[in-house]
Design a protein around this ligand. Structure first.
Ligand SMILES: [Zn+2]
Length: 338
């Protein structure tokens, strides 16, 4: 099994080194999940890329996720190999670099950038000094990624609050927001005819759950709402596509993680003691075959986040505060978006 590693400036803003396995050999291949609907699994391990989707409407192409600039440049020729229709919209499922830093590339190719309004709010807060605040993750990432250094951050300009619908009689794509999950501005792309759901990082298929910008409790609730759509094909933010069990497994992972940590909290364990029990928690989750692939290098952060949510403590904020933005007015954001 090939293993590769991320740096701090890499896609998920991890604060420790993480090792992700290549889960299958389908990375960088275009998959037609339904007529005119495509899924492309990005190379997260080596290049930090997210997955992409695109839907070929009668008159234009809608792309799901902007990826990093290098990811956008990887995917554009693959779209062009299928259709010469204009790429008119690129939808950021959330504000993170691996999903939104390629916006400028799509813009230069004629696209308008679409996102839930929370994605723009979080982008302003965390990603950049563009809006007059201190430099953020974009500027940090640019120090280590040439593709980012050679581009610029293009924020989304076409925003939706609850939903935005594209329908030309042939294809219907509903961009939906169900509340806080991976971030406070997550959007899903739902294709009701084909029962295909593009989830962004609200649902992943592998050990990619970064919980530092979201809320696990709200996340699980949001996924349960998304599950009611009845998708039969899940196109996740990272990892291979699959059937509805991908979403079910993602929900079970958070549910089981919270249950394990709750057990320890009820026994009166402190945060430090819970962290000491990490191997036991891991072993317990891994007993369920369906959860094994979710347990990876973010596990300690996930357990810590779970502990803090359950106990209502904030802990040492250093991990997220290594990003130079103050986590001050977040409660207002949560109030508006949850
Ligand atoms: Zn991602």
């Amino acid at each position: 099994m090939i293993k590769t590693y991320f740096t701090i400036t890499s896609i998920l803003f991890i604060t420790s080194l993480g090792w992700f396995p290549d889960l299958n050999a389908e990375v960088n291949k275009t998959e037609e999940v339904a007529p005119g609907v495509y899924f492309h699994e990005g190379d997260v391990g080596r290049r930090g890329h997210c997955n992409n989707g695109w839907i070929v409407f009668k008159d234009f192409v809608l792309v799901v996720d902007a990826n990093f600039p290098s990811g956008a440049k990887e995917v554009i020729p693959k779209i062009r190999a299928i259709t010469d229709k204009p790429i008119r919209f690129a939808f950021d499922t959330h504000h993170h670099g691996d999903h939104a830093y390629g916006n400028q590339v799509w813009f230069e190719n004629g696209a308008t950038i679409v996102a839930h309004e929370g994605a723009l709010m979080e982008m302003k807060k965390y990603e950049t000094g563009l809006f007059g605040s201190v430099p953020g993750r974009w500027e940090d990432t640019a120090k280590n990624r040439e593709d980012v250094a050679n581009s610029k951050l293009k924020p989304p300009t076409l925003l939706f609050r609850n939903e935005m619908i594209f329908d030309d009689g042939q294809h219907r794509v509903e961009l939906l927001h169900f509340g806080t999950a991976h971030t406070r501005g997550d959007g899903f792309a739902w294709l009701p005819k084909e029962k295909i759901l593009f989830t962004g990082d609200a649902c992943v298929n592998g050990p990619y759950n970064y919980t530092g910008d979201g809320n696990i409790t709200a996340w699980e609730k949001t996924l349960l709402i998304a599950q009611k759509l009845g998708a039969t094909t899940i196109c996740p933010g990272h990892g291979p596509s699959g059937d509805g069990t991908v979403l079910a497994d993602q929900i079970l992972f958070f549910n089981s993680l919270m249950a394990e940590v709750k057990k320890l909290v009820n026994e009166g364990k402190t945060e430090a003691q819970v962290k000491e029990s990490i191997d036991a928690i891991k072993a317990s989750l891994k007993k369920q075959d369906r959860l094994q692939r979710y347990v990876g290098s973010f596990f300690l952060d996930q357990v810590t986040q779970a502990y803090r949510e359950i106990t209502g403590t904030t802990g040492d904020k250093k991990k997220t505060a290594s990003l130079p933005h103050k986590p001050t007015d977040r409660s207002t954001v949560i109030g508006r978006l949850e």
